[in-house]
Design a binder for this molecule. Structure first.
Ligand SMILES: [Zn+2]
Length: 327
């Protein structure tokens, strides 16, 4: 039976074939080059099919004016519902409060588990989020009732609650899969969203967490994904880098992503379908923040072409994954 890895990368679109604005045409990306046979990651209309992968632009506009945002984009991607239409406009960076129940209850993770498949959320989160979760999944209300006389505790908890307004951890929480913390990261049984554990070691002081390179992070994710029918992992550094509007920062970030993909593909077996998808454009144009460009869709593994052909917009990702699991 096929297994699926949904690798969410924030803020990566298919942009112009112009090395003056698009870091994909500047960065050294041997893994992307191998998958796409040397053709740069950029917009070219129809899906492009190669021997090992397909590249497709995924519509993130969803019928609405304005600039696509993370909250509604991630909700659409993770649930298959047009979250922009439900909210009335593009909204971010967090999933809007009224759409959080949708993401918790109807995500691709919740649906897969409900259908009897096994699933994992590979991201590591600090233990502090467990204090917030308890039996209450309304993070905003929980945050409001935290004691204010324990500053360190509150600061950590509030940071955790902020994380939990993003689409991927909300989906994981709703599916009961927000379960990987410091010990798992130490053992390579979880992956830090920024890949190399720097934030955990320096920002959180978790010095027992090993410093690893992006290739090793990819190998770790491949091993996790080999044990489940569906695995979700989310990487946000691409969107942060896009907001810097700096070619050197964008190039470094894409080269790190490329190394991560190298490890992931090296470690993946032939039954794993790797679906790399974003919520909106950003990093592909260093002149601006978010863009209306099509979001990146890169599908690697057996059946990649047929899967990629289904991905017209963000709402197509979840149903396509559910169908793959059922084959
Ligand atoms: Zn985003």
């Amino acid at each position: 039976m096929p297994r699926v890895l949904l690798l969410f990368v924030d803020g990566v679109g298919l942009g112009a074939t112009d090395a003056g604005v698009n870091p994909f045409l500047v960065a050294r990306l041997p893994t992307f080059d191998g998958l796409l046979e040397g053709v740069p990651v950029a917009a070219r209309g129809a899906p492009q099919h190669y021997a090992r992968s397909s590249l497709v632009g995924v519509d993130a506009i969803l019928g609405f004016a304005g600039i696509p945002q993370s909250g509604t984009g991630q909700a659409a991607l993770l649930t298959g519902s047009n979250a922009v239409e439900m909210h009335g406009r593009h909204f971010g960076p967090w999933v809007p409060s009224r759409l959080r129940p949708l993401v918790r209850q109807e995500s691709v993770l919740a649906r897969a588990l409900g259908a009897g498949y096994t699933g994992a959320f590979a991201n590591a989160y600090p233990e502090e989020v467990k204090e917030l979760i308890g039996g209450d999944t309304d993070m905003s209300r929980k945050t409001a009732t935290l004691p204010s006389d324990v500053p360190g505790h509150v600061a950590r908890a509030r940071r955790g609650s902020t994380f939990l307004r993003a689409g991927p951890p909300l989906a994981a929480l709703g599916a009961g899969l927000l379960t990987r913390h410091t010990p798992e990261l130490e053992r390579g049984e979880a992956v830090a969203s920024e890949l190399t554990n720097e934030g955990w070691r320096t920002g959180l002081g978790r010095t027992g967490v090993p410093a690893i390179d992006a290739v090793q992070a990819g190998l770790n994710l491949a091993r996790i994904a080999s044990a489940y029918d569906i695995t979700l992992f989310a990487h946000y550094a691409t969107d942060y880098a896009g907001h810097e509007q700096d070619m050197a920062v964008a190039v470094r970030t894409l080269e790190k992503l490329d190394a991560f993909l190298a490890g992931l593909i090296e470690g993946a077996d032939e039954n794993l379908l790797i679906v790399v998808v974003s919520d909106h454009g950003n990093i592909e144009d260093v002149r601006t923040g978010h863009t209306r460009n099509p979001a990146l869709g890169l599908v690697v593994g057996t059946g990649h072409a047929g899967f990629a052909r289904r991905l017209k917009s963000l709402v197509d990702i979840t149903p396509a994954i559910m169908d793959v699991l059922a084959t």
